[in-house]
Ligand binder design. Sequence first.
Ligand SMILES: Cc1cc2nc3c(=O)[nH]c(=O)nc-3n(C[C@H](O)[C@H](O)[C@H](O)COP(=O)(O)OP(=O)(O)OC[C@H]3O[C@@H](n4cnc5c(N)ncnc54)[C@H](O)[C@@H]3O)c2cc1C
Length: 418
Amino acid sequence: MGAFDAVMSKTFDVIVVGAALNGLAAGLALGGHRARRPLSVAIIDRRDPRQALSRDSDGRASAITASSKRMFEALGVWEGVAPHMQEMGEIIVTDGRGPEARPVLLQFGESRSGEPASAFMTENHHLLQGLVDSVEKSPNITLVTGHAVAQQSFAPGLAKLTLANGEQLTCSLVVAADGGKSPLRQAAGVELVGWSYDQMGIVASFDHERPHGGRAEEHFTPAGPFAILPLPGNRSSIVWTKGTADAKKLLGLSPADFETELQNEIGTQLGRITLLGKAQGYPLLMHFAKEFHAARLALVGDAAHVIHPLAGLGLNLGLRDVAALAECVADAHALGQDIGGLAVLERYSAWRRFDTVATAASMDGLNRLFSNDNSFLRALRDLGLRATNQLSGVKQMFAREAAGQTGSLPRLLRGETV
Ligand SMILES: Cc1cc2nc3c(=O)[nH]c(=O)nc-3n(C[C@H](O)[C@H](O)[C@H](O)COP(=O)(O)OP(=O)(O)OC[C@H]3O[C@@H](n4cnc5c(N)ncnc54)[C@H](O)[C@@H]3O)c2cc1C
């Protein structure tokens, strides 16, 4: 049976709910064409990812760390997306009072020429295309689209999902990759800790006259971080953090007026810019689930945690969830154990919660420290970061952390299949 054929059997080893970036990656990790012992997997989504393969559907671009790249290689996804990847050769962080006065506080990568890049940038629609292409090559994966999950129930040894059209599917393990509002997490009664920032992240891509040289820039303005991120060619993408009211005003401008505002914010170093498509706004928040599992249910990606996008780590954290879960499930499967049993789910939850909470807390702290115009805090943080810039050892540690090369890495993030 091909990957996108009608569902013949309604029983699967695993059902993944959510066919966006993390859900498709989870499907591939557990049942994809590169998995060592592929399980039978259904991936369910109310929308068909093949109808969402454009910049208008998701205008975001993602920074992909070196370990996420290795995981995409192991899943057979990297080859397809590599032509759309831009190496980030250098990252600079500035105190962004305005385009004319941006003292550099931190600089990564300037002394490491010749070494492999620690991160890559690409537009999300290219990533989605690469994941869909790999799913299409995977005979053990069935994509079921067009209907939301309406109900879930659990019996000993079994989970049952009922779709909005009445169709019923059963499995040993449900993976919730159904986004920040995760209906599955809510139905399971898993509580959240977190808050919203009263900030929006405006994203847009644009062409420009002068080359970016692979340099990513993050300017900490009083309203929040403003990131200019390099894409292949003379193209870049932004995440422009603004207070909610100001963001809505910017998003309400005509494309020509928005382009003028953006040009003013960027300054002249890239030459004249030309907006590609329409700018989109995302409300920013931080939350994480108190538990990453419930009975026969594992939470991954935004269903488990949403963090501030200032370091571009949200998707990478989700991919770490997927890699850890796949390893826990594969190990149990190899030993003939119940793949949706409590032992597997508790091992997964314990593995992922500390890393997630630590990353979410540092992003939250940085956002709070920088998104204000308090002169005392400004002096303190400038001093702190300038000092850090002198300590190349510490900088290397930050760079390795940003590249996902620290901590206990699941096998997929080391580039090995499970
Ligand atoms: C402005 C911004 C910039 C970012 N930049 C970066 C970056 O540079 N690097 C990075 O690593 N991360 C970044 N992130 C974070 C990253 O984009 C997200 O973490 C990631 O896209 C989340 O993917 P997901 O698959 O978990 O969830 P989602 O993309 O939210 O997908 C959830 C899916 O579940 C489906 N669904 C929901 N409910 C149901 C249901 N009941 N039945 C069936 N289907 C259902 C939805 O249709 C959807 O397809 C950024 C985020 C923002 C807001």
